[in-house]
Design a protein around this ligand. Sequence first.
Ligand SMILES: Nc1ncnc2c1ncn2[C@@H]1O[C@H](COP(=O)(O)OP(=O)(O)OP(=O)(O)O)[C@@H](O)[C@H]1O
Length: 249
Amino acid sequence: MLKVTDLTKRFGGFTAVNRVSFSLEKGEILGLIGPNGSGKSTTFNMIAGMLRPTSGSIEFDGREIGGLPPIEICHRGIGRTFQIPRPFRNLTILENVVTAAFFGQSGHVSRSKAHAQAEEALALVGLPTDPRAEVASLGAAGLKKLELARAIATQPRLLLADESLGGLDETEMNQAADMLDHIRREKDITIIWVEHIMGVLMRVVDRAIVLDHGEKIFEGLPREVAKDPKVIEIYLGTEKISFDEAPAT
Ligand SMILES: Nc1ncnc2c1ncn2[C@@H]1O[C@H](COP(=O)(O)OP(=O)(O)OP(=O)(O)O)[C@@H](O)[C@H]1O
């Protein structure tokens, strides 16, 4: 479904992402992890169209999408969440999601269809579909859910979830991880999940990729990540540490 080949991004003389390649099969959840500044968001932003790749290719369903504008990428079926939710605060929760359904899909979407899709997305993440429910009533966990609902409402086939658990407590993190898994099954969506909180992530993903200094240093099954010497050395430090106990970086 997605094939990334030799993807590279330079900011001036600094290489933030260096010849990263990976592919993704339909229905998978791929975890993209790595220390701060390792190039996760830059990779993400190139796939979502917020950044133009310096070189390399990004193929989605066999067609090159590298360098296309974000709205075009969204219309082709790639939805994304942002690390820091920025909903329209002067709109209700439902209106925020209807707006995403309305503008995030290619072709004409009727008001009633956008409305129905928004209600479905809100129900899927467990937020109220009550048309009066205000954004101001949401805490950190609720805002993350709204972010997810807005992305789902665009009817993506591939969802890019950017650090969706930051700022949540442990119970909320586990609920959010279960929710992503539920969404994948329910909506048949493929997911790339960028996350710092590895214990929770590893429970849900099918495969993980680890970036360090813009390079891919590991790709494999979640259970193999914690055993990989390069990952232990570069990502976790030399201290013996279990992934479930690993602190958020
Ligand atoms: N617009 C930019 N201009 C210059 N350097 C940038 C720019 N965006 C990112 N970088 C640099 O590229 C590197 C990779 O950043 P990126 O945000 O992709 O890392 P990350 O793994 O997502 O980190 P975090 O976990 O902190 O979000 C960092 O050193 C960052 O400072």
